[in-house]
Design a binder for this molecule. Structure first.
Ligand code: NI
Length: 244
């Protein structure tokens, strides 16, 4: 927390008034907290994976006192849902990691936490850029946001691991998907520095799910055509019902 006071109490104690932007952030957090509390039972797992020994992964992320230092005021953006054709776009590489890109990533993180989810690709908020945010921290852990810009997957293992996956863009549907159990990821981080990460377990599965989004692929594309079409049909029906 480098520039903004981390709570109104602090602000008063230090003798300055919290900025309008900061107040907005606090309000957003309050709203998120309420939303998450009401979702506690639902446990969407958001982007991904419902599995029973992690019953409340997404709830962890709302501790206003523990925001990463670089967070600027953020905005929740609408998440596209299938069969929106934009989700089928192939995302383009990021040329330079600018403040604009960081603002997008901050918004994506806020959107993901609010959903709640544990991973989100930029195309899910309608921006066709090769950017992924993720936070796999559990409830009792500090938030642990990760940013992957222009990620590349190397050396996927031959052995596969099954996870029951879900997706914020395919709400309410969960299916077991098998993917390589381990892989290496090369990417640029929040500051634009190149990084290399060996992934296994949930991280490996999550990054592969998100990488699919960058190619316009959804997890339901790994299912049989029959199953996929059934899900898409139901989603479309729900959207039409909501729209009318
Ligand atoms: Ni997804």
């Amino acid at each position: 927390m480098s520039t903004l006071p981390d709570s109104p109490t602090h602000a008063t104690a230090r003798g300055f008034f919290p900025s309008a932007l900061h107040i907005k952030t606090l309000e957003t957090e309050k709203r998120e907290a309420c939303q998450l509390a009401s979702n506690r039972k639902v446990v969407l797992f958001g982007q991904l994976f419902r599995y029973s020994n992690h019953p409340s992964i997404p709830i962890s992320h709302i501790d206003p006192a523990r925001r990463p230092h670089y967070l600027s005021p953020m905005a929740i953006r609408p998440i596209l849902t299938a069969p929106d054709p934009r989700l089928r776009e192939v995302s383009k590489p990021v040329d330079a990691v600018t403040d604009e890109v960081r603002t997008l990533m901050n918004d994506m993180l806020e959107t993901m936490y609010a959903a709640p989810g544990i991973g989100l690709a930029a195309i899910q908020v309608g921006v066709p850029l090769r950017i992924i945010v993720m936070d796999l921290a559990e409830k009792d852990e500090d938030p642990d946001p990760h940013y992957f810009i222009n990620p590349v997957i190397l050396d996927p293992s031959e052995d596969v691991a099954p996870y029951e996956e879900g997706c914020l863009s395919v709400p309410e549907f969960y299916e077991e998907i098998e993917r390589p159990a381990r892989c290496v990821i090369e990417f640029l981080d929040y500051d634009g520095n190149p990084q290399r990460l060996e992934a296994e377990g949930l991280l490996a599965t999550c990054i592969q799910h998100e990488m699919d989004h960058l190619e316009g692929v959804l997890f339901i594309d790994h299912l049989s055509r029959l199953k996929r079409d059934r899900i898409l049909k139901k989603l479309k029906k729900e959207q039409l019902a909501t729209a009318s």
